[in-house]
Design a protein around this ligand. Structure first.
Ligand code: ADP
Length: 336
């Protein structure tokens, strides 16, 4: 509107000046009337065209905004597959695309949540079915009410407890709620402690554990208890997945600004198609085997989150099935 007013005023001033110079004085009045009429018609046409364009534009914007508002309400009501149609105009396209990306992220979170509930239910079912079986056997008199039966039942209860404890740790570590006591300590000392803690299982499996490390203390800046928890998981897995007579080698070294601990075993190895997923919750390369050996399938997920929380990382490598595995933990080095 402002453009039209400014245009009309400028044109009439210019036309007036030209009229006085170029038109004989007796015709000025006639020509001026004609010019004013022409300008009025042009101004009206420009105003109508401008208004029509604005109304159309506002309607397009409003339609898109209404569609986004409707979609966000559907998403809020749990319809995570909802998406908006991406409009042609640049600005609205950017808004619609961002909205669709957000909806996609929400859908993935929801899918993971649903999968998590399914996994937890599945994991709980196994020990519960075991306990139920023992109880039924006892009630029917098929199983004797003896210490051995109760010890077997206790084993199932222990498995249940471990699963619940792991789930609690997982939820806290994923929410970043785990408290860490950072100190500078000798990681070789922690390795020694964890290896001696696992000695009974190592002897049971007729395994050999070799520790390759320097005699100097290897200073690390992290939480020693959490580092022990990670190493217990890595070494525990190595013991669990290495058949009798196998060998586990633990190496520790300073690499640049990082302390690196590798746990290498000569065990069953991991097939390449499973390798990228073994740090995911409840992922097992061989479900029957790891469940039978008491694994919850979330030990590595917890271990990796703990390593991340301490500024480190864990990675896995394996040449394939039957060719052993190597897990590498890196942590920031410590200084005195
Ligand atoms: P679990 O409690 O089942 O061992 P983890 O999260 O610790 O769960 O490990 C996930 C999966 O990774 C295991 O089920 C197993 O398939 C594989 N895995 C872990 N460590 C090893 C290893 N040292 N050798 C072979 N497979 C392993």
């Amino acid at each position: 509107m402002l453009v039209v007013v400014v245009g009309v005023v400028t044109l009439s001033l210019t036309a007036n000046a030209l009229l006085e110079q170029a038109v004989p004085p007796d015709q000025v009045a006639t020509v001026r009337t004609a010019v004013i009429q022409a300008l009025t018609i042009a101004a009206l046409a420009a105003t109508i065209a401008g208004l029509t364009t604005s109304i159309l534009l506002v309607q397009v914007i409003l339609r898109s905004l209404r569609s986004i508002a409707r979609s966000s309400q559907r998403i809020a009501a749990g319809r995570y597959d909802e998406r908006v149609i991406v409009p042609a105009s640049d600005e609205l396209r950017a808004v619609a695309e961002s909205f669709n990306q957000m909806a996609e992220a929400l859908e993935q979170i929801e899918q993971r949540r649903v999968a998590m509930i399914g996994n937890v239910a599945h994991e709980l079912r196994t020990p519960l079915a075991g306990i139920e079986g023992y109880l039924e056997g006892l009630i029917d008199g098929v199983l004797p009410a003896e210490a051995d039966t109760f010890l077997d039942m206790k084993q199932e209860v222990r498995r249940l407890r471990r699963l619940v404890d792991d789930l609690q740790t997982l939820s806290r570590v994923e929410a970043g709620q785990i408290s860490l006591n950072f100190t500078t300590f000798d990681i070789n000392e922690v390795i020694r402690r964890v290896v001696s803690q696992l000695q009974p299982q190592v002897l049971d499996g007729c395994l050999q554990v070799i520790c390759e490390r320097t005699d100097q203390p290897l200073l690390t800046r992290a939480d020693p208890d959490r580092v022990a928890q990670i190493l217990l998981n890595l070494l525990g897995n190595a013991v669990r997945y290495t058949p009798e007579g196998g060998c586990i080698t633990v190496r520790s070294a300073l690499v640049g600004e990082q302390v690196r601990v590798t746990v290498e075993d000569t065990g069953i190895g991991i097939a390449p198609e499973h390798l990228p997923y073994i740090f995911e919750r409840f992922y097992r390369a061989d479900p029957s085997r790891s469940r039978a050996s008491g694994g919850s399938g979330i030990g590595l997920t917890i271990a990796r989150h703990l390593a991340w929380a301490m500024g480190g990382d864990i990675s896995a490598a394996s040449a394939g099935l039957g060719k052993g595995s190597t897990f590498t933990l890196t942590l920031p080095r410590g200084t005195t």
